[in-house]
Design a protein around this ligand. Sequence first.
Ligand SMILES: *Cc1c(COP(=O)(O)O)cnc(C)c1O
Length: 578
Amino acid sequence: MSLNWSPTGSSQPQTIAYFSMEIGLDAAMPTYSGGLGILAGDTLRAAADLGVSMVAMTLVHRKGYFRQHLDASGNQTESPYAWSPERVLEPVAQQVTVEIEGRPVRVRAWRATVTGAGGATVPAYFLDTSDPANSPFDRSITDMLYGGDQHTRLCQEAVLGIGGAMLLRAMGYTALQTYHMNEGHSSLLALALLEAAGVAPGSAPAAGVAAQVRAKCVFTTHTPIPAGHDRFPWALVRQVLGEARTRTLEATGASTEGVLNMTALGLFFSRFVNGVSQRHQDVAQAMFPDHHIAYVTNGVHGATWVAPAMQRVLDRHVPGWRRDNQALRTASRIPLEELVGAHGEAKQALLAEVQRRSGIAMDPNAIVLGFARRSTPYKRADLLFQDMDRLFRIAREEGPVQILYGGKAHPHDGGGKELIRKVHRAAEQAGANPRVVYLEEYDIALAKLLVSGVDIWLNTPQRPLEASGTSGMKAALNGVPNLSVLDGWWVEGHVEGVTGWAIGGPVAEDDGGAGDAASLYHKLEHAVLPAYYHHVTDFARMMRSSIAINGAYFNAHRMVTQYAGQAYRPAAQAEAAA
Ligand SMILES: *Cc1c(COP(=O)(O)O)cnc(C)c1O
């Protein structure tokens, strides 16, 4: 990826505007918190590879998400993660003014340019209110991702949805046909589009105007967790957006539950709505019975997530994989020794980083399991430690076990923070076998090392709360089999003993995780460790199948191609085809 603007890159006008509260493009730009932002970054990279005419809008988050500090007991504290967009991004000449609490707030932007494998580009704009003309509070609106209270969040969403739409117009993006809202944080975009279509301040949009806006918008919902859906009291909306805009929002009838529900607003004004896996489609359809919910299963960007040694192997044996990851279907041609050798290099790189950070020298000849993602209760990072005696026995009898953990808890997520402490307690109890290490500051750079360098990628979410999950896909593209609860993408990607192993059955049990823990121990003892330590060739075949079967499908090229076919066709075309 290049962060430099190359005005010669793209010749056709952008027709798709992608709005997301977080976009993760680079470890040096802390503008993401987890899967949602990483997915947005991978979407832009894949669009650039495929020459899809897209432009993206997000906030600059000058103080980042946060830096994570863990003490010896696993207590997490946070500090701001300041970065300087002026060092790596291009300034944009145009500025706009968004009215917030009656004050004119000046909004400018920085441009990153994502360049695809064939040279096409996708510009991404990072909105910034840190203008000296703004009040100290207004300057701080675009400082911290998910950092403030509800009031700050609503101000951020006004900058993203309203400011973003205004800036696109000011920059001359006049050919936009589709606005893609990646989650509800950008739903105020619908209000900006209503105003642009001539709805007078304070008045109700005529049915025809609402339909016009609906013909332009598509919406992706990403989580069944209620906290993932913003709800703002109308009094707060009045305070931040003013009486006229609030009256218009109320008059749309989009949000009927006594608050402004940003998901309801986005859904109401979208011609196409999707969940992010087949399983999540069912869950989202039950949550939003008034809307038809489609699904586009998430995918990851191969050239971003595959380790350098494995990239060289793919370049030799899978021509064309960079332009279209779906070519990985032919990965069964890769000689097993080359695949195993490349994985060994990735494992060495990971273990060297583990030693540098923790002082612990892990054994490259012993299995390493990886578990890294946002630390939050439904992800159940502690499932592996439900029965320590059993874990000790398995590690003693079947072969040494090493496990690497990583992940930040949101500063207000007490349950997520407690999980980090629990893993630390388990690590202390475990000692040298099983060896458990929790790595600080999980970010894009560490994720690249982990998903490629471990031998097994572990995931233990509480069904059906993992809408998709993407880190297991990154592992699959690196030839790392998954050991996972059947939720999210793994429902589609799991072939037992071929691409990995399932933990538990398809349906959640109400047993506090006891059944899933028992299944996890059973699979480790009778399938995973025997395969790794005693059936080396079978294990290598599973590594290769992970690439050929899952890498070929759970990639962002397939995902963006599906969005182009289902979601991005202009409304008239979509209706004609229906
Ligand atoms: C891929 C990724 C995630 C998402 O992981 P899930 O397992 O899908 O929750 C989160 N954080 C980082 C840094 C990632 O690279």
